[in-house]
Ligand binder design. Sequence first.
Ligand code: ATP
Ligand code: MG
Length: 286
Amino acid sequence: MENIIRIAVQKSGRLSDDSLSLIKECGIKFYNGTGKLKSTSTNFPIEFLFLRDDDIPGYVADGVADLGIVGENELVEKDKEVTVLKKLGFSKCRLSLAIPKGQEYHGVSYFEGKNIATSYPKILGDYLKSQNINAEIHEISGSVEIAPSIGLAEGICDIVSSGSTLMMNGLKEVEQIFKSEAVLIANKNLNKEKVAIVDKLLFRMNAVQTGKSNKYVLLNAPNESLDKIISLIPGMRSPTILPLAQEGWSSVHSVLSEDQFWENIEELRAAGAEGILVVPIEKMVI
Ligand code: ATP
Ligand code: MG
C-alpha cells in the first residue's frame, strides 16, 4: 500500500470533533461509525486510525501512522522525533501550576521543596529546571485537581482553558508554563509518493484555514467615494466594482480578513458605504 497515507486522530475527546471537521472541510469523505478504529476515505488516498491522543506521537514517530493530529502538550511531553507541519488553531489550552486558593503566593519559589502532582512530568520538570526550583514531581494520569485536597500534593500542574475546574476544586492558577494548540505532525521519513499526498492535503488545509480567517464583503457606495473605499478594502488583487441600477452608485465586492473589516468599518461608513454584507468563505486559494 504505497500510495495511501495513514493519519492518526483522537478517537474520542477534545481533539476529535475539530480534527474530523477539518478533514471533512478538505472535501475528504470517510465513514466514522462509533467504535470503529480504522476507516479509509472513499475519495482521497488516506486511511484513518482512531487512537488515544497519548499514543499518537509514538505511532507517527514509529511510522505506524504517517500523519497525526495531536495537542502540542502531548507532543512535547512524549518527546518523540516527528515533524510539525502545521498549527491547526483549535484545542487551545495552557498548562499551568495551581495551588490551594487560600495560600499566599509571591512567585515560583513557592514550589521549592514542594510536591506537585501532574500528568506532564517532562514539561513540568523542564520548567522547574529552567527556574532553578527543586520540587518533587508526583506523576498521576488523571483527576489531578483533587490531589491537594486529598493530601497527595501541595500543588498541581495541569491543563487549563477557562479555569472553572480549578475553581471548583478550590485551586488558583499561579503560573502558566506552556501554551498548546492542535498540530499536524508527520513521520520524518516519508517517501516521495507519500510526501506528494501530504502536500495535497496541506494545500487543502491551507485553503480551508485561509477561507476561515477571511470574509467576502459586499457594500454599496456613492461613486465619488469609491477611491477612498477601495483603499480601505483592497481585496486579493483589487475589489470588483459593479454599477447599481441607481445612477451614481456602485456595488463593491472584496475579500479581507475579519480583523481588517472591523478595523475599517467606521471609516467605510463615514465614506458613505451602506448595505454592507459580510459573507463567510468556505475555501480560499491565493
Ligand atoms: P484520550 O482518551 O484520547 O487520552 P485525554 O483525556 O487524554 O484523551 P482530552 O481531554 O480529550 O484528552 O484532551 C485532548 C487534548 O485536547 C489535550 O491534550 C489538549 O491538547 C486539548 N485540551 C484539553 N483540555 C482542553 C480544553 N479545556 N480546551 C481546549 N483544549 C483542551
Ligand atoms: Mg490522553
